[in-house]
Structures are given as structure tokens and as C-alpha cells.
Design a protein around this ligand. Structure first.
Ligand code: TYD
Length: 138
């Protein structure tokens, strides 16, 4: 089980004649119990979503359609970029990962989440994220 944001490749069964199927299973190729699934769509090209971190939530996020770009910052201040553009590739985001997300016009983001929705699990201000970081560093 990784504690760092990383890409996870899911098996793709099929071929270009018949099409493909990809499977995600809790505690198997998904490193947590899936408690919630949500998806976003029709996000305009010029909009940045995300802009938060989570205290406890773990997620795997797919671009089941289109292209989705992530700017990520970890608790230790490490910044990285991920581009999702294939429906068989998920981005694992552990808790305490700040993310800003942009979308191609046709993108559909699918998220597998380890917890039910809980607004108090969100860190919505970057300054709070950095403070959380500082308090955990001490
Ligand atoms: P948010 O997670 O802030 O979206 P994004 O990171 O894509 O910008 O959620 C947007 C709104 O939807 C916010 O008002 C909370 C609500 N929401 C739920 O009610 N339940 C959920 O499971 C999620 C993910 C969001």
C-alpha cells in the first residue's frame, strides 16, 4: 500500500474489435474498501476544480473519457503533475494530498472513495493545508 500519489494500471480485457472492460475491486487492485463512487462531467475547459485536500479520505480517480490534468502537492511539500487520458489508468491519491484539476471538454472523472461524503474531512484552504503540514512536521 503506497502512501504517495501514483498511477495504478488496471487490467483491460478485450480488443479493438469488441471493445474493452476494466475492473476495480476493493482490497484487491484498489488498496482500500470502496464506500462511495462519484463522477463529474460537463466541466468547462477553463475551469479548475479540486482546490482541496482530505484529512482521511483515499481515492482512485479515472478519466473514463477525455483528458484530466492534476497538479498535486503532498504533505511533505512535494509537487507533481499527472495526466489521465486512458480509462484503464487510475490516479491513487492518499489522504493529505492537495489537488487542482483541469479537464478537457469531454472529460468524465470517476472517483472511487474510501469513505462516505463528509464535509468536515475536507481541507478547503491551502493555508490550512500548509498549517496542517507544519503541525505534523513538529
Ligand atoms: P467537491 O468535492 O468540492 O468538488 P470538486 O473537487 O470536484 O470541485 O464537491 C462539489 C460539491 O458537491 C460540494 O458542494 C460538495 C458536494 N458533494 C457531495 O455532496 N457529495 C459528494 O460525495 C461529493 C464528492 C461532493
Amino acid at each position: 500500500k503506497s502512501n504517495k500519489p501514483c498511477l495504478i494500471y488496471f487490467p483491460s480485457i478485450g480488443n479493438s474489435t469488441l471493445g474493452f472492460i476494466t475492473i476495480a475491486e476493493s482490497n484487491h487492485n484498489v488498496p482500500f474498501e470502496i464506500k462511495r463512487v462519484y463522477w463529474t462531467y460537463f466541466t468547462p475547459h477553463n475551469v479548475t476544480r479540486g482546490g482541496h485536500a482530505h484529512k482521511n479520505l483515499h481515492q482512485i480517480i479515472f478519466a473514463v473519457s477525455g483528458r484530466i490534468e492534476f497538479s498535486i502537492e503532498t504533505l511533505s511539500g512535494e509537487k507533481s503533475h499527472f495526466l489521465l487520458e486512458s480509462p484503464d489508468t487510475g490516479l491513487y491519491l492518499p489522504s493529505l494530498t492537495w489537488r487542482d484539476i483541469t479537464f478537457s471538454h469531454n472529460a468524465v472523472l470517476l472517483c472511487l472513495a474510501s469513505e462516505h461524503y463528509n464535509e468536515s474531512d475536507y481541507i478547503r484552504y491551502y493555508s490550512d493545508f500548509k498549517n496542517e503540514f507544519r503541525s505534523q512536521e513538529i
